[in-house]
Design a protein around this ligand. Structure first.
Ligand SMILES: [Fe+2]
Length: 299
């Protein structure tokens, strides 16, 4: 009986189709970039759903696909979108100066000094990408919404970050139902310009190439509790926190439990998508977080 099942397993392995994965940045154009339609999911409760101009603009921003290996053309932002950016930029910058890690704040200042980020206009990906390229080679590539974990992680393997260019509606400036340009530019970009952060983000991506679904789930969890919601020392690292004023206060004023990074606990956590995080994990420094992530992706 044992021999029969061994033979069956061996036969299964022989005929299991290997999982295709991209071998270069250009190959990323062949991955599945279809995204979840949160507008349809939420219907009338999607913020701005009754603002026809906004919904038309949003739709044009979502239906835009840029090849991963070419330049990103500039997007059109109506006055209302720039106003929303302005409201959030001032508030987040103030909170970042109090609670964000130094690595984030240093790069945010550089973005301002180089006039790439200003308070009055949503920054264009073309300018951001030129700067990111000179820092770590990371690149923002626009997608229309949240893509699946495997495709998203494949991008990281080639220092490509699939990002949103649309912005939340002005009626709800401090809450976004899905990641938008504020999340990506105010949360992720300053830290993707840091080499240590770039290295461990890419490492998570590299381990995803051709990985099993189970491994993808694990890597997504490691990504979530480091790049999105990591804490270093007493300061905030994660973009999911840094792009939300409520989440920054939740973590900065210690309303959220923060424990030392422990892989077993990280992997057993659930995702908390529409509420403040109840429990996060920290390293003493960005260098230590990098070490934890490298060890974690090997397991
Ligand atoms: Fe994010």
């Amino acid at each position: 009986m044992a021999m029969k099942s061994l033979l069956l397993n061996q036969t299964k392995q022989l005929f299991t189709k290997p999982i295709w994965y991209p071998r270069s940045r250009r190959d990323l154009d062949c991955i599945d970039k279809s995204h979840r339609n949160i507008i349809d999911d939420l219907g009338n409760s999607y913020p701005g759903s009754n603002d026809i101009d906004y919904m038309n603009w949003l739709s044009s921003m979502r239906n835009y696909d840029t090849p991963a290996d070419s330049d990103v053309p500039d997007a059109y932002y109506p006055e209302q979108a720039n106003k929303t950016w302005n409201i959030l930029y001032g508030k987040l910058k103030e909170l970042h100066s109090l609670y964000a890690c130094d690595e984030h704040n240093q790069n945010l200042i550089e973005l301002e000094n180089k006039n790439i980020y200003t308070e009055n206009e949503v920054p264009q990906f073309s300018k951001v990408n030129n700067w990111l390229n000179s820092k770590t080679g990371f690149k923002l590539v626009p997608v229309g919404g949240m893509i699946n974990a495997r495709s998203f992680l494949y991008g990281l393997a080639y220092r490509v970050f699939f990002a949103s260019r649309y912005i939340r509606h002005i009626s709800s400036p401090f809450y976004a139902v899905e990641p938008d340009v504020v999340h990506d530019l105010m949360g992720h970009v300053p830290l993707f310009a840091n080499e240590e952060m770039a290295e461990f983000s890419q490492e998570i991506g590299k381990k995803s190439l051709g990985a099993s679904d189970e491994k993808i789930d694990q890597l997504a969890k490691i990504y979530y509790y480091s790049v999105e919601f990591g804490v270093i020392g007493e300061k905030i690292l994660g973009a999911g926190i840094l792009s939300s004023s409520g989440e920054i206060i939740n973590v900065g004023e210690k309303k959220c439990k923060v424990e030392p990074w422990e892989l077993k606990k990280v992997l057993n956590m659930d995702y908390v998508l529409h509420d403040f995080q109840p429990l996060l994990f920290k390293a003493n420094s960005l260098t230590e977080m990098k070490k934890f992530v490298f060890e974690a992706v090997e397991s």
